[in-house]
Design a protein around this ligand. Structure first.
Ligand code: GLA
Length: 394
């Protein structure tokens, strides 16, 4: 349970007037500490939920209409049950319709609803505002209709909605973290077993700073899909080259195999595979470094993850490289691109005593170089999805 700040509830009442008791559901955005582009390769990731979230207030209607007001885009989605094979519109509402569509495959809702959505996760920036919206909305629906659905099922439903309706063939990390995140912890998630272990994320004297490049990942969906395909091709190539080794995903490949086929395997595929194999190893090394409280090793792993995303996986861009390199030269313990890439945000581990100066100067340097105002937010590992009953204003 949480004490909602009632922003979504106020919006709900402001937009749709008084009504019955509402359900309020909330789900956070995430930062991935390390383990990038490993989730759809059945590998390891180490994300944490952040203290920024999307909040949905929802209440039943007696008819079959659905109205969802979203503050972030100041738009109301209006549709009616039963859904009549909706098509994606390339808009924010696709996330909502995608979720409704997935629920409708499981059964029909007996009545419609009014809902309002408020959030403070920066949109489209690589902090998984979309997963936080999907998960908050799905939790709200489960509670409103009192459906039987466990957390993992809900997470998978949200991932499916994003892949099949929105058209972003994402892995499971973002939705999983939005649901299962734990305050003060990162989650070591094994994306094959779909099990996690909480890893305390508390680096003494270090603050977690997210610097938004301001470059939106407009093409991320397609670039991302290309990377996924390349990973599948690399898996296929390696499975044929090493029959009998049980290679079903890049998770099953090791460094030795890659050394053996260097120069033989198509170079692009080799580079993609090498990133994934080494990134998986970095995730496990990161868990050990965190357990030892070894901030230097933590930082080193972040920088090497970034170099690999830049040089081997090739999903960085000059703006992002600039922010990371600047960090390296100005006292960050570590920094890297976070999320799918092609824009978005960077994570910086900054010694607390440098914080103010660091933030002011990185903004200034970025502006001077690119004429883009970088938004900076400090994040803390927050908890996953929650819900509560709202006030009855009948
Ligand atoms: C996006 C996807 C995730 C993951 C990352 C890259 O955020 O939604 O599933 O693949 O990119 O690590």
């Amino acid at each position: 349970m949480f004490m909602s700040e009632l922003r979504a509830t106020e919006l709900l009442q402001g937009k749709f007037g008084p009504g019955p008791e509402s359900v309020i559901a909330r789900a956070p955005g995430r930062v991935n500490l390390i383990g990038e582009h490993t989730d759809y390769n059945k590998g390891y990731v180490l994300p944490f939920a952040i203290d920024r979230y999307t909040e949905v207030a929802i209440r039943p209607r007696i008819d079959r209409k659905i109205h969802v007001y979203t503050a972030a885009v100041d738009e109301t989605l209006s549709i009616e049950l039963p859904l009549k094979s909706p098509k994606p519109q390339g808009r924010w509402s696709d996330y909502l319709v995608g979720i409704l569509q997935e629920f409708s495959e499981l059964g029909s809702f007996p009545h419609g609803f009014d809902a309002a959505i408020w959030g403070n996760v920066p949109l489209g920036a690589g902090l998984s505002s979309s997963a936080s919206l999907e998960v908050a909305f799905a939790v709200a629906l489960v509670r409103l209709y009192e459906l039987e659905m466990d957390g993992l099922e809900l997470v998978k439903l949200c991932q499916r909605a994003e892949g099949s309706f929105v058209g972003m063939p994402c892995g499971i990390m973002d939705q999983y973290t939005a649901y299962f995140g734990e305050a003060g912890q990162a989650l070591l998630l094994d994306t094959r077993a779909l099990e996690h272990e909480a890893v305390p994320l508390d680096l003494e004297g270090i603050t977690l700073v997210v610097v938004d490049s301001g470059v939106r990942r407009a093409l991320a969906g397609s670039g991302y899909a290309v990377r996924r395909r390349e990973c599948e091709e690399a898996t296929h190539w390696l499975a044929q080259r090493f029959p009998g080794r049980g290679i079903r995903a890049l998770r099953d490949v090791d460094q030795k195999m890659l050394e053996m086929v260097r120069g033989e395997m198509p170079e692009t595929l080799w580079k993609r595979a090498r990133h994934v194999v080494e990134e998986n190893a970095r995730v496990l090394a990161m868990v050990k470094a965190l357990e030892r409280g070894d901030s230097e090793e933590v930082g080193r792993l972040l920088f090497s993850s970034h170099a690999s995303l830049r040089d081997l996986f090739e999903v960085s861009i000059p703006e992002i490289d600039f922010l990371v390199d600047w960090g390296l030269e100005h006292g960050a313990m570590g920094a890297r691109l976070v999320g799918g890439g092609f824009g978005g945000v960077t994570l910086h581990l900054v010694p607390v005593e440098l914080k103010e100066k660091y933030i002011a100067e990185i903004k200034k340097a970025y502006w001077e170089r690119f004429r883009i105002g970088a938004k900076v937010v400090e994040v803390r590992p927050g908890s996953g999805a929650k819900y509560e009953r709202g006030p009855d204003h009948r």
